[in-house]
Design a protein around this ligand. Sequence first.
Ligand code: XMP
Length: 530
Amino acid sequence: MATVHPLPLPEPVAEDRPVLVLDLGGQYAQLIARRVRDARVYSELVPHTLTADEARRRNPVAIILSGGPASVYAEGAPQIDMELLALGIPTLGICYGAQLMARELGGEVARTGISEFGKTELEDGAGALFTGLPPQQTVWMSHRDTVVAPPVGAIVTGRSASTPVAAFEDPARRLYGVQFHPEVVHTPYGQDVLKNFLYGVADAPPAWTPAAVIEDQVERIRAQVGSERVICGLSGGVDSAVAALLVYKAVGDQLTCVFVDHGFMRSNEAEQVAATFGGHFQVPLVHVQAQDRFLARLAGVDEPEEKRRRIGEEFIRVFEEEARKLSHSERQSEIRFLVQGTLYSDVIESGGTEGVAAKIKSHHNVGGLPEDMAMSLVEPLRLLFKDEVRRVGEELGMPERMVWRQPFPGPGLAIRIIGEVTRERLDILRAADTVLQEEVRRAGLYRDLWQSFAVLPAIKSVGVQGDERTYAYPIVIRAVTSEDAMTADWARLPYDLLESISSRIINEIPGVNRVALDISSKPPSTIEWE
Ligand code: XMP
């Protein structure tokens, strides 16, 4: 079960009246929170141990109980404070959440021996959740136990061939339950069911818009920072860029951005950052050319974790030097605040979770806080999921290319060269990556892919070009689809596209005589090669 680290309860949130999504251990809890926000209603993921008192203090506009992997009868199955259901707050139970409601409120949950996994036809959909929707529709099920009698006082508002109670509602107590998963794409009307609950039942206004987020954050940043100076490390990625623009909008020239160019960026990326921030938005920007320093630090190193460690360390050193210079420059006061692009998913997953991902690779976030720097953090993206960050970026007028840029790891191309990082290999990889990006964009697939990139394993193989024998590097194409990078599938790129990528890379880039395609999913592979 995912361990949830909610925002501390007393902390004021952007919206006074959130939808609280109780995480009962299902893989879909975070997805539910995101779908609620897609409906423009602010939501927060909270642990299932939330008490009725805590809930009352948060004054939620609605509560959603997520699905869970457990059986309600299993030992140690996650429970909730049943008083939550007596608060009169509109509450929707999904799958396990609905079963908990039924079991606790006088209904019945049985192990019928018939499981339902996958697409099912829901019949006789009626009541508030199905207003305006076809009474028969396809829904996604994933359960073993089955609600055979709804809570006392509730009426059945949907069934399927093997589930007598696929949906129920008790409008008087404002309790609703569905056995299926409205949050997944395999339930085509799922988002409409959620909207019916949010708008129709809970009367929650769709007010969580990018413009509202910006307004709210600008106010908060001003309140936090006052007239002090702020520094922000730009990485070239969308998160730090949006965070910086929000802070700039709030406090203008009190902000200085520092862009440490470690030389492992893709082609033109550094120039784009400089042009966008320094040029277009006129944000005070220090562009540190540190390519040689980083390359020197990586000489002779081929172990992935050691590469990451050295890059991280060097980054902090350079960043600190610049911060010190800025702080001690004449006529300027000391810098007291550091901007970080922490996202809501980091907040949920951080704080000592024994996450598998965290252990596989030590993710170094370029722009991270040097440990002994005495600065307070400004984290304007702390409440946002990645797609919301993008929408805020668009609203702030960031160029499309930057807003929709595929994720790129902090250590950049250095962890896509398998072996020692040298200038020659960097040049080859950068050129190959450029070809790949151009072709993927030309095919109109850039935004459909979570990531697409080239990898250079530092081995050589034999080829023949013209009449000559060659002995050169291979390039590996890696393209994946993913929702959140925790899992990923290799993308089925069209053969024509693969052909043009391959022939262009081999023909245009000296030093490459072979192109291979990575057809591994995650798990068991990871997205990056190192
Ligand atoms: P993996 O390779 O673990 O990557 O499947 C998952 C996602 O994280 C990105 N990634 C990194 N990001 N610093 C970062 O800022 C890193 O060291 C790093 N390593 C991987 C990767 O690109 C993918 O989106």
